[in-house]
Design a protein around this ligand. Sequence first.
Ligand code: HEC
Length: 140
Amino acid sequence: MTNAQKWVAAFLGLFLILFLLGRLTMKEESSTPPMMMGQMANQQAQVSEDADGPTLVKQIGCISCHGDNLQGTNIGPALANIKEHWTRDALINYLRNPSAYSGDARFQQYREQFKNVVMPSFNNMDVKQLGKIAEYLLTR
Ligand code: HEC
């Protein structure tokens, strides 16, 4: 072998090693997820496709701030008389972007009452599911 050929062989060998290492680390990555898959399964269990309004409100955790029966807690207002204040569409919009409504007098009072709690925005949720929640809240 000439010197040049030796260099070429050395480089090819190096590339091969790097390539194999790359494959190995990729395998490692794809073998870590059991935990992540568990979380994903969990999330799916939390929000099942065909859940109705009351179920969604429980599964998503609205009740942790608004109370088991949406009667209100010290970290969230009661969700009563919703139909006096909201239409279905407005309510869906609200759930997707609560801060847009913070100017209303009712919300100014909530800000006083629930100082360090922010109503989360559910803008990554399926609109159909938000619709079910809105319908449920409006018929209570
Ligand atoms: C982290 C606590 C928390 C969670 C979780 C939460 N909220 Fe709220 N929610 C609040 C607070 C606090 C307010 C008062 C308004 C504000 O601070 O923006 C509020 C306000 C509201 C209002 C307006 C009430 C009115 O008088 O018009 C509705 C409707 C509402 N929440 C529905 C929901 C629904 C539905 C869910 C679940 C999808 C949910 N919230 C989850 C804390 C929460």
